[in-house]
Design a protein around this ligand. Structure first.
Ligand code: SF4
Ligand code: SF4
Length: 332
């Protein structure tokens, strides 16, 4: 028996079929584009992806190539490889086998009810089970397996076999659900599945711990990435007003989705910070700012030729980070 999709595949090419096929591929490619953009945003950041999309292609040849490569790969998977990816490449099926036990609810064939399989018999002495061995469940299976042989690695839980078998059961006036979502223990004993099994309890506990860790990581996540380093090759400048200054480079990334007004303060030394030039210290959302500043300390307040310096970085008046660095001064 051919499935409806197989009949459609074999049907004659006409205007309607060409239109439907073209529409299908366009939709597949649009989905592939959406996924590849999301995937790339995950790797290089959403602002980079926005630049690649909005700026001339010549400025982002590599980004454009990556987009085309990823969207092409996703499109080929959707349009041609499909379940072959599930069978051959995806590790989930292999991992799934490790996690299953007799209480796991899966797409399953009720062998107690179905066996011995065979054609419907008029002779009551030759009693068979409910499975009439029509193989409809095998024909519709996208991965080509026979679910009557038990749970298999290739099963992608699409439930096509459930629908196909229910159609047959309806036609021969038997109860539906010969293939259904059920556990091995449910089928073998006929009792309700104890779905909250010890294994599920253990997995739930591990999941709760992981969720807790994830929440903690999110909550303790800094809203900036910042570095403040003494400018290489520059030691110190002795000023005529009795102070010494050191030059620093700073690089701050605003990870928030709103602008951030930046401010630097000395924490463990008296002195001042003089930003070079007159740059705006407001960083737009999800962007970075680089610049330089002098730390100027009166000579009589400098304890040693090399002093540990603690610089506080404030964003919108909130202390976000304390950055350690050093301050150099003439040897006394
Ligand atoms: S579709 Fe149902 S009745 Fe037909 S072979 Fe499969 S399990 Fe048996
Ligand atoms: S659920 Fe889908 S993949 Fe699994 S056996 Fe049934 S038809 Fe095949």
């Amino acid at each position: 028996m051919l499935s409806s999709s197989a009949i459609w595949q074999k049907s004659e090419w006409n205007q309607k079929k060409i239109f439907k096929r073209a529409l299908k591929y366009v939709i597949f490619y649009l989905i592939a584009l959406a996924i590849s953009h999301t995937f790339l945003a995950y790797i290089i950041g959403i602002s980079e992806v926005r630049q690649i999309v909005t700026e001339p292609a010549t400025k982002h040849i590599m980004g454009l190539m990556a987009m085309l490569l990823f969207s092409g790969a996703f499109f080929v998977v959707y349009a041609f490889f499909r379940e072959q990816i599930c069978i051959v490449a995806c590790p989930y099926g292999r991992l799934q086998g490790v996690m299953l036990d007799k209480n796991s609810i899966v797409v399953a064939y009720d062998y107690v009810r179905g066996e011995p399989r065979g054609k419907v018999q008029k002779n009551e002495l030759q009693k068979t089970g409910d499975c009439i061995d029509c193989k409809a469940c095998v024909h519709v299976c996208p991965t080509g397996i026979d679910i009557r042989n038990g749970t298999q690695l290739e099963c992608v839980n699409c439930t096509a076999c459930i629908d196909a078998c229910d159609d047959i059961m309806a036609k021969i006036n038997k109860p539906l659900g010969l293939i259904r979502y059920a556990s091995e223990s449910n089928i073998s004993t006929g009792k309700k599945t104890n779905w909250f099994s010890p294994r599920l309890m253990a997995y739930s506990a591990v999941l709760l711990i992981l969720l807790g860790l994830l929440s903690f990581t999110f909550m303790s996540h800094s809203s900036i990435d910042a570095s403040v380093l003494r400018t290489p090759g520059q030691f110190y400048q002795e000023n005529a007003d009795g102070t010494t200054s050191n030059l620093y480079n700073f690089n701050v990334t605003n990870k928030k989705n709103k602008p951030m007004k930046l401010e630097f303060k000395l924490m463990n030394q008296s002195g001042e910070i003089k930003i070079i030039g007159n740059p705006s210290l407001t960083i737009p959302a999800e962007e970075e700012k680089r610049g330089q500043f002098f730390v100027v300390i009166p000579n009589n307040k400098i304890p040693a030729s090399k002093t540990d310096l603690l610089i506080a970085i404030y964003g919108n008046d909130e202390l976000l980070k304390e950055q350690k660095t050093t301050f150099m001064a003439p040897v006394e």
